[in-house]
Design a protein around this ligand. Structure first.
Ligand code: TRP
Length: 329
């Protein structure tokens, strides 16, 4: 069975775009592969969160993924920091990661621009830690977005370099997992671009119904069509794209007909859209609030994930140490 692994940023709540993007596919995938999903909380230290913020955001992310359907019995769901074996592999891989290639990495160069006051070594070696995450379970497939492809390429470089240096075929070459057709792109509410791309253009799974109504009513539209079957402007296409994800076919058909005949009232359409989003997200929202309060269940799930992940990680580290020459007397 193929091993699939994905790391989840520990900050940032889930929005509809995440849900219809990777998340819904994770939920399906977890029953078809051996899946590891973890929250990349070590990585988050590169931006120096306060202990309080670190803990609460990790908890929130954990709860939201559970609420959205990740099944801790089917997949291994864990916090990166619960698997200290990762840090050992990270150290070992660092010995074969070269300054030049790390400095050339796009995400590092970006950080040099945006985080000038804190360009730490953790940022430079971020791709090495990510490689350790992936290689610790000898993963085959990694569902990542475009922005992470270079990191995945670097992981392959580190894996191959290790194999060559020690003349072994130990690490598989992980490849990007492409959802293809099944990736539904959800645009934001500000008229252009993906949901989550900019501040305030997203609807979050934890948003209260009142909040959702407010956001949708404020979404960018235009002054309305003036000719029959007029080509839609991007903000209008976007509203229909969100509608397509959450509303019934007859609702969509109804508003498209209204648009094509120049009778559409965006206010009505938005009201309907808001209610359909609320209906769609309600079970998840309720689950989020239920799980946040169930400390005992969370503790149980976190411990179970840590235990499963460490078992696989410890085996890899044991074998890697042996290959490198750390043998017992
Ligand atoms: N860098 C990824 C991101 O920013 C998160 C991540 C960390 C990750 N380790 C990983 C993703 C391993 C996939 C595999 O989204």
């Amino acid at each position: 069975m193929e091993i699939v692994l994905s790391g989840i940023r520990s900050t940032g709540n889930l929005h509809l775009g995440n849900y219809f993007g990777a998340l819904r596919n994770f939920v399906k995938m977890q029953y078809e592969n051996k899946c590891y999903f973890f929250i990349a909380d070590y990585h988050s230290l590169t931006t120096h969160p306060t202990p309080k913020d670190l803990h609460s955001s990790v908890k929130q992310v954990f709860v939201e993924y559970l609420a959205a359907g990740l099944d801790p019995e089917a997949a291994t769901l864990y916090r990166q920091s619960d698997v200290p074996e990762t840090t050992e592999l990270y150290l070992l891989l660092n010995m074969n990661a070269y300054m030049g290639e790390l400095e050339r990495c796009t995400s590092f160069k970006e950080k040099i621009r945006t985080q000038q006051e804190n360009i730490n070594a953790g940022l430079l070696t971020y791709p090495v830690l990510m490689a350790a995450d992936i290689l610790i379970h000898k993963s085959h497939k990694v569902p990542v977005g475009k922005d992470q492809e270079q990191h995945l390429e670097m992981t392959r470089t580190f894996a191959n370099r290790f194999n060559r240096l020690y003349n072994v075929e130990y690490f598989p070459e992980p490849v990007a997992y492409n959802f293809g057709e099944e990736l539904v792109k959800i645009p934001g509410l500000d008229g252009s671009g993906k949901m989550g791309k900019s501040e305030g253009n997203g609807i979050y799974l934890a948003d209260a119904p009142e909040e959702i109504r407010k956001k949708v009513m404020r979404a960018v539209s235009d002054s309305g069509p003036t000719e029959l079957n007029q080509e839609m402007a991007e903000p209008i296409k976007n509203l229909f794209a969100i509608m397509k994800a959450v509303s019934k076919q007859e609702t969509i058909d109804f508003y498209i007909e209204k648009y094509n005949t120049c009778q559409i009232r965006y206010g009505d359409m938005k009201k309907q859209l808001a209610e359909d989003i609320i209906l769609f997200t309600s079970p998840i929202r309720e689950k989020i609030s239920e799980l946040s309060r169930d400390e005992e269940y969370l503790r149980k799930v976190v411990n179970m994930g840590a235990e499963k992940a460490r078992e696989s990680a410890a085996k890899t580290v044991r074998e890697v140490r042996e290959i490198i020459g750390f043998k017992s007397f």
